[in-house]
Design a protein around this ligand. Structure first.
Ligand code: EPU
Length: 419
């Protein structure tokens, strides 16, 4: 078991080159299944979830290797259509392999992705969309056996909610399907635009990615390509929060302000100075921070649920009362009790969290229960008096590349220890 030991109250200052986006890289790795010819994914972050996706690719008979922020995938020899349960459980986003494997092989067998880190995460919209595209789905003892006896065909699919994963699965299934697929009420997250751009780079015909109507005209074949994964907007938001909570100054390289349109104003309301130029965001924290009225998490372009915990960490030290409403996941406040152990004053009821800013946080031994909540504890540790130990680092490693190195480079006193 690994943990981070943080000695807080150090002001962070310097430049951070933000990693490639986890949630984009995972969908792109699944998309590689559809390509004949090698795909080179540059700027692919070194994360345990990325390595788990590479293991799934290898299990399917594709050749994948990872070297120095590049993933090389050759799906030419893909021989299997089943993803074993233990691999499905390792990573929730493994579900996007369903659309990709069906697109390539016309059949796929996998189990429900594991755990319930953020509350129930059903896949009903994924399955309903795929069945509209000609997929027959049989479920036995938690294993989904999917096949399309007459091949996949295009369909007009309206999503009840703009689900990121369902939109990705449909795009992947539709890329090689017969005819045209139109997704309405599609997710508009930048990672969806990145997937559409990647597929087009491989010879697909996708338009409207990044808007709520996406049209995919099926093609016969996709080829390999070289593609650069977009920067990680949530890692950028996390480091912005690190600057805010420590009263520091960070210059984030590879951070796109247009991906953080609802997040930047929140830091500005807290009193931080934020400038963006080219692919950079500069942020200077101001002490004390100011509370913000209400943050509501919603699908893009509104405030992202993935930034809720890391922004809440900064709000624990903001003067006044802030309110957060988590609308996407039913159990995404698991960091709250741990922040309270560190001296934060937060009350939750259902979707709502009320944060009364405190003058000081105190170091404590705390435990990450999920990825973003874990990052929030690290941020609180950076600002806390004394020593903080954040246990269960495995959650944080799923989405942040060597978080301790990035933070140490800008002045944090943090080290990784094995207990
Ligand atoms: N939902 C359904 N039925 C479905 C699909 C989704 O009810 O068939 C519900 C979910 O239960 C949830 C809401 O719709 O309440 C949103 O789910 P969505 O499908 O949009 O999320 P996801 O695809 O499971 C991705 C990211 C998450 C991020 C969400 C929302 C990846 C690998 N994961 O999950 O990222 O929070 O979109 O933006 O892309 C993270 O990085 O920490 C993370 C959890």
């Amino acid at each position: 078991m690994q943990k981070l030991v943080i000695r807080g109250e150090k002001r962070l200052c310097g430049e951070i080159a933000v990693q490639g986006a986890k949630n984009s890289a995972l969908a792109l790795l699944a998309a590689c299944v559809l390509c004949s010819g090698e795909v080179v994914l540059k700027n692919c972050p070194a994360l345990s979830d990325v390595f788990a996706a590479c293991r799934i690719l290898n299990r399917l008979g594709c050749k994948s290797r990872y070297l120095d922020h590049c993933a090389y995938v050759d799906a030419g020899g893909m021989s299997e259509c089943a993803v074993p349960e233990d691999m499905m459980r390792q990573m929730r986003s493994s579900i996007v392999f369903l659309g990709a494997v069906l697109g390539r092989k016309g059949q796929c067998e996998l189990s429900y992705p594991g755990g319930c880190e953020l509350g129930p995460r059903p896949i009903d919209m994924h399955l309903s969309a795929l069945s509209q595209m000609g997929v027959k789905i049989n479920e036995e003892y938690g294993v989904l056996c999917c096949e399309c006896p007459k091949g996949l065909h295009g369909a007009r699919i309206n999503l009840d909610f703009p689900s990121v994963g369902a939109t990705e699965n449909i795009m992947l299934a539709a890329a090689l399907a017969k005819g045209e697929t139109v997704i309405t009420n599609a997710a508009r997250e930048p990672e969806i635009a990145d997937l559409g751009d990647f597929l087009n780079c491989c010879g697909a015909r996708v338009s409207g990615q990044g808007t709520s109507t996406i049209v995919i005209s099926g093609v016969d074949k996709l080829h390999g390509c070289e593609y650069e994964v977009m920067p990680d907007r949530i890692a950028a938001a996390t480091y912005m929060s690190a600057a805010a909570i420590t009263g520091g100054e960070l210059d984030l390289k590879n951070a796109r302000a247009e991906h953080l349109g609802a997040v930047i104003p929140v830091f500005e309301q807290m009193g931080c100075r934020v400038f963006s130029y080219d692919d950079r965001i500069y942020i200077a924290g101001k002490q004390p921070l100011k509370a913000v009225k209400t943050i509501r998490t919603m699908p893009f372009p509104a405030f992202p649920t993935d930034a809720q915990a890391v922004v809440m960490a900064a709000l624990t030290k903001a003067k006044g009362t802030s309110v957060v409403v988590e609308n996407i996941f039913s159990s995404r406040y698991r960091h709250v009790d741990e922040l309270v152990r560190m001296g934060a004053d937060i009350k939750t009821e259902g979707k709502v969290a009320v944060i009364e800013g405190v003058e000081r946080l105190y170091g404590a031994r705390v435990r990450a229960a999920d990825l973003r909540g874990g990052a929030a504890l690290v941020l609180a540790g950076l600002a806390a008096q004394g020593e903080t130990e954040v246990e269960n680092l495995c959650y944080i490693d799923r989405g942040y590349e060597s978080i301790e190195k990035y933070l140490r480079n800008v002045g944090a006193d943090v080290c990784r220890m094995t207990s």
